[in-house]
Design a protein around this ligand. Structure first.
Ligand code: MTE
Length: 323
């Protein structure tokens, strides 16, 4: 990733999101397994415990996000920052580029291919792809490898639901994701800043962890293009670059996928990318971070604060070697 002088992000009030529109039908019977039920998932604010089977319906509702806090009593990062301070190199390398230029992306219609080592491969339109998922709000910290962070209210479903539908074979140990490759819709792909398409991967047990989600919305609205419309990965205990945007494929593999940033510079970026204040980036410390909207830097937490939930995935592994 490029090193840049952090932009001056003014500390501002949380923007309450009064109207929210998304494509899922709210089904009251599932409300109990929303935010409150996901306490192990590190989300707080059960007043918004909206969950329901994924469907193609449109729902309009009202929410006031200003009272929402994380389990560590952190405030949400203002929507304005979440949607204008982005990394999406397919639209440029400056933080403001994606919000400015991503209108060329057409997130509908959208197709996702599921293939590789699985008994039930398939090609799905977005609405069918998300069908096994239970939609819910998940408030997660996001820690970028560049040492800035946010708190973001995603809307999405657990990744494991679509993995289970695919029925991975016993030989499948990893899952790889790819972003759309279309330089017309994504003009940044005309530059060679990365080897396109952007790709990322997880070990299958990481991918099946209940904290790992596929998000289709943020702040109660469908994802804006700059945040990875129409569907992106969110793995909150890992550096943000694992959160691949605008996904068009999911492939089950035996070998570790060769993810984009490792391919770009394997000395600086690894496959695991677990947030770890004790393992510095070769060019900067990872001990502290700048939370957007705050002046003082905060301490970075092991596994981004999700240590109780995910440390077991890495028992016996040397986190300095597997960075
Ligand atoms: N996905 C694609 N396809 N292209 C990218 O450049 N950037 C990654 C990740 N996903 C990136 C991507 C990085 S470095 C980060 S920090 C997060 O997206 C940023 O997500 P956000 O812009 O929604 O905050």
């Amino acid at each position: 990733m490029l090193i840049r002088k952090p932009a001056d992000i003014p500390s501002s009030e949380i923007t309450p999101e009064s109207v929210y529109i998304n494509r899922r039908e709210f089904i009251g019977k599932s409300a109990g397994i929303g935010l409150a039920g996901a306490a192990g998932a590190g989300v707080v604010g059960s007043m918004f415990a909206g969950a329901g089977q994924a469907s193609a319906q449109t729902q309009v509702g009202q929410r006031d996000w200003s009272a929402v806090r994380t389990e560590l009593d952190e405030e949400l990062t203002p929507r304005e920052d979440v949607t204008t301070y982005n990394n999406f190199y397919e639209f440029g390398t400056q933080k403001e580029d994606p919000a400015r230029y991503a209108q060329t992306l057409q997130p509908r219609p959208w197709t996702i291919e599921v293939d590789g080592l699985c008994a039930n491969p398939g090609t799905y339109g977005l609405e069918d792809f998300i069908q096994p998922g239970t939609m819910e709000d998940r408030i997660y910290r996001m820690r970028c490898v560049e040492a800035w962070s946010m708190v973001i209210p995603w809307y999405g479903f657990e990744l494991r639901s679509v993995i289970d539908r695919a029925e991975p074979l016993g030989s499948a140990r990893y899952v790889e994701f790819k972003t759309l490759h279309d330089p017309v819709q994504m003009p940044g792909q005309r530059s060679r800043v990365l080897d396109w398409p952007y790709s990322e991967g997880l070990r299958l047990d990481e991918a099946r962890h209940p904290l790992a989600i596929l998000a289709t919305g943020v702040y109660g609205q469908d994802l804006p293009n700059q945040n990875g419309a129409p569907i992106r990965l969110v793995v909150p205990w890992k550096y943000g670059f694992k959160g691949i945007k605008s996904i068009v494929s999911m492939t089950f593999m035996e070998q570790e996928p060769y993810n984009s940033w490792k391919r770009a510079n394997s000395y600086e970026y690894g496959f695991y990318a677990n947030v770890n204040p004790a393992v510095n980036h070769p060019r900067w410390s990872q001990a502290r971070e700048r939370r957007l909207g705050e002046f003082r830097r905060r301490e970075t937490l092991l596994f981004n604060g999700y240590v109780d939930q995910v440390a077991g995935l890495y028992a016996g592994m040397d986190l300095r070697v597997n960075y």
